[in-house]
Write a protein that binds this ligand. Structure first.
Ligand SMILES: Cc1ncc(COP(=O)(O)O)c(C=O)c1O
Length: 426
């Protein structure tokens, strides 16, 4: 099946913020918001802003709208049922909610494996382990053999995960894509391998929780094909408003989690048990515009086709950027992450400048800030442990320069970014 190409101009036209020449290149921090998301959000607040679940007509309308928002999130996750979908204020909050709800179903002495990626999918597990006497183990990103000359060319690899799994492993928490390295983790393959290893070593019960925040703007999430137990992403990074979506497999809802809600609410078999209080209803309803947007992007009208076109276009942004940065190796530029373009990578590109002509990441970003019409950023982006694991050491406060592009960025914008990099590295 051939992939329809993305009409970038019409994709951009859906975002009012992209009507001027500003270059948004900090999208892994937060994407621009669809005009249709803002319209639905406003419409909810102005016309259906009442409490849900009553029999009067406006409440019936608002209840229906919120249900449509849940269905939109189900579509984005490709979950089997809306019962498996909950919302929360942020991904950090929904991850903490899972950890709280799981507290009664872990045993002292069991083990949780986390990565050094964004702390959202590590912090709640470290705190749960401290509360309940579990051990934390780290699945660290390690150097790609194909990049022997760059110790910062690292990624999460299955062969380093498998030896960490023992009969005591209870939970494995990892990212579907790194918000610094840009590399995609093959979730389906990893979950399959985890289950096989768990069976081999005789694990009591193992579950997986996948942070899809840096993945969701670039690739189709498919919780059913992946066979994960928990997954979450932030809608404000997928062209929507500031709210997050949580997937919980029905089996885990039934057997692993205690409700976080009031004792008299009948939510025991739905993900609402992980949703204490109502999320912003207008935000939930506004999420309906996100799958509609993806479905409008290609003639096939499916989310799958949209992401295939997005992935293809994003490679045209990634390729020149990586090629340029690699050409500056002699100047001390080191890509932090996979050095090679390809579909296992998204255009989130991080680098440092080392050696005799070392440059602070903040000094490089300053050149961009001074240009005035472009947004990029430096820092550890909350993947503090990942930065800490890099050798030779990198100063946490300065960390890496990150340029993070998405499908609405253009090849011309990448050319401008390269011009500024040339100036910064002169
Ligand atoms: C990979 C990843 N996980 C989690 C988060 C946190 O998301 P939220 O701000 O919704 O808590 C971020 C935000 O940058 C992220 O990039």
């Amino acid at each position: 099946m051939s992939t329809a190409s993305l009409d970038v101009a019409s994709a951009r036209a859906a975002f009012p913020a992209l009507s001027d020449s500003y270059i948004y290149a900090d999208n892994a921090g937060g994407s621009q918001c669809l005009g249709s998301v803002a319209s639905r959000l406003t419409d909810y607040l102005l016309h259906t802003n009442v409490q849900l679940g009553a029999d009067y007509s406006v409440s019936v309308a608002s209840t229906k709208r919120v249900a449509e928002g849940v269905e939109a999130a189900r579509k984005l996750l490709n979950a089997a049922s809306v019962e498996e979908v909950a919302f929360g204020g942020s991904s950090s909050l929904v991850a903490e909610n899972i950890a709280r709800a799981l507290e009664g179903d872990v045993l002292e002495g069991e083990e949780i494996i986390v990565t050094g990626e964004h702390e959202t999918n590590a912090g709640p597990w470290k705190k749960l382990a401290a509360r309940r006497g579990l051990t934390i183990k780290f699945w660290h990103a390690t150097q790609y053999p194909e990049s022997p000359n760059n110790t910062y060319a690292v990624g999460l690899r299955l062969e380093t995960l498998l030896p960490l799994i023992t009969a005591k492993t209870r939970l494995i928490a990892f990212t579907a894509c790194s918000n610094i390295l840009g590399s995609i983790v093959p979730v389906q393959e990893i979950v399959k391998a985890i289950k096989a290893k768990a069976k081999e070593v005789g694990v009591r019960k193992v579950e997986t929780v996948v942070d899809c925040v840096a993945y969701a703007p670039h690739r189709r999430i498919d919780v059913q094909a992946w066979d994960v137990d928990y997954a979450f992403f932030s809608v404000y990074k997928v062209y929507g408003a500031h709210i997050s979506v949580l997937y919980t497999k029905l089996d885990s809802l039934k057997t692993s989690l205690s409700p976080l809600t009031h004792h008299f609410l009948p939510y025991d078999l739905t993900s609402l048990k992980l949703q204490p209080g109502g999320p912003g209803y207008e935000l939930v309803y506004s999420t309906t515009a996100v799958p509609d947007y993806f479905q409008s992007l290609t003639p096939a009208g499916t989310i799958e086709a949209a992401f295939a076109a997005i992935a293809q276009h994003e490679q045209t942004l990634l390729q020149p950027l990586l090629t340029y940065l690699k050409s500056k190796e002699g100047r001390g530029v080191r890509i932090v992450g996979d050095e090679n373009a390809g579909l296992s990578r998204v255009p989130t590109v991080s680098f440092v400048v080392v050696g005799p002509q070392r440059l602070d990441s903040r000094a490089i970003v300053k050149i961009f800030d001074q240009a005035g019409n472009i947004g990029i950023r430096y820092g550890h982006f909350y993947a503090w442990t990942l930065i800490d694991s890099l050798q030779p050491k990198i100063d946490h406060d300065d960390s890496v320069v990150r340029i993070s592009l998405v499908h609405y960025n253009t090849v011309q914008e990448v050319e401008k970014i390269i011009e500024l990099l040339e100036k910064a590295l002169a």
